[in-house]
Write a protein that binds this ligand. Structure first.
Ligand code: ATP
Length: 351
């Protein structure tokens, strides 16, 4: 089921005009603070009314300015998980969960309850009150509550932003199970690239109320003039882990090595590469300490201040390296030149 958003909205001085279509199961809305992510999600949920345009979920028109359609939020059957869990403080976890299920039919409710409690690992928390839960546990309950309302679409607005690094790492595997194990489409707002890499198939990048890029996550982040930190995202297959605890990953462009990853061989993972963690060499470098080597072809060069953004084609995946002007000159880089990309560090979220 696809979600089509094509709307305009003015909020004070902020002017939002966006069109995108969610094609994958998990689509990330990625952009800096104030770019309009929450406004979009609120429009989809029915909490903010766009000035113009349309929002359709599958065959259901949720909003159509011209036709005068504006479905009430509770009739949209959309789940919403906020940054803060927003649980009812006076109700137990069980009652908080059932509050969501109240809208669903009884038979599906009972079966779903056990499955969702299990998926989120919250069975031991059912009789507690929200005040006796950690931030990560609260958020898992909030996700469970949203799922039990049997939504047709789940909106998650930076669900991990209020949590510290440890709690984020604790909850990410549950989100991964959710993304992998259910057919429910999820629109996931985040400005954390690692979360996007791990959870989403498609990313819609927004800046200043506009869509600036839209596509598969391993294609959209490698762009000149974009986020200067990010080089790109590579999809790679787990090969195995050696005695030193290093897991080898295979990408068509070469091998990558990361600290032990507890995933079966053959699993596809996505890794985030920082643009400044990439060094370039002509030909095969001699004996050096960097073990991550990818064969690449230079496909573009762009000036960005004192640096050169080198766009690489790594067996079909784009990747940006940011190097000094001097280095680019010494290597005589030009489109079509074959290089070896040496990756100093491969970022993977802790598990
Ligand atoms: N009611 C309003 N009146 C005026 N301006 C508003 C209103 N609501 C939001 N804005 C402005 O619209 C812009 C987009 O806000 P929005 O919350 O959608 O951004 P965001 O990308 O979700 O940001 P963040 O990541 O910080 O939550 C911001 O500049 C914000 O100040």
């Amino acid at each position: 089921m696809s979600l089509v958003v094509d709307i305009g909205k003015r909020l004070g001085a902020f002017d939002l005009a966006m069109r995108f279509e969610q094609t994958g199961r998990v689509t990330a809305l990625y952009g800096p603070s104030g770019s309009g992510k929450t406004t979009i999600v609120n429009c989809v949920a029915g909490l903010v009314r766009p000035d113009r345009g349309r929002i359709a979920l599958g065959k259901t028109m949720l909003f159509d300015a011209d036709a005068g359609i504006n479905l009430a939020p509770h009739r949209r059957r959309i789940g919403y998980v906020f940054q803060d869990a927003r649980l009812f403080p006076h109700l137990s976890v069980r009652s908080n969960l059932n509050y969501g299920g109240w809208f669903a039919r009884r038979a599906t409710r009972v079966a779903d309850f056990a499955a969702i409690v299990d998926l989120l690992g919250i069975g031991h928390l059912l009789d507690r009150r929200p005040r006796d839960l950690s931030g990560g546990e609260k958020q898992r309950v909030a996700i469970g509550r949203a799922l039990l309302a049997r939504p047709r679409l789940l909106l998650m607005d930076e669900p991990l932003a209020a949590l510290d690094r440890g709690r984020r790492a604790e909850i990410l595997p549950y989100l991964e199970r959710l993304a992998d194990g259910m057919t429910l489409p999820i629109l996931y707002v985040s400005h954390a690239i690692e979360e996007v890499a791990r959870l989403a198939d498609q990313a819609v990048i927004i800046e200043g109320g506009r869509v600036v890029a839209d596509g598969p996550v391993d294609r959209v982040f490698a762009r000149e003039g974009r986020d200067h930190e990010i080089g790109g995202i590579l999809s790679a297959k787990v090969l195995g882990t050696d005695d030193d605890g290093v897991t080898a990953l295979a990408h068509p462009g070469g091998r990558l090595h990361v600290p032990r990853l507890r995933k079966p061989s053959g699993t596809t993972v996505r890794v985030v590469i920082r643009a400044r963690d990439i060094a370039l060499a002509l030909g095969e470098p001699g004996i050096i300490s960097i073990r991550n080597r990818l064969e690449a072809i230079v496909s573009g060069l762009g000036e960005e201040g004192d640096e050169i953004a080198v766009t690489l084609d790594v067996a079909g995946t784009p990747l940006i390296a940011r190097i000094t002007r001097g280095a680019a000159r010494d290597l005589a880089l030009a489109p079509g030149v074959a290089v070896t990309a040496l990756i100093k560090a491969v970022a993977l979220e802790e598990r």
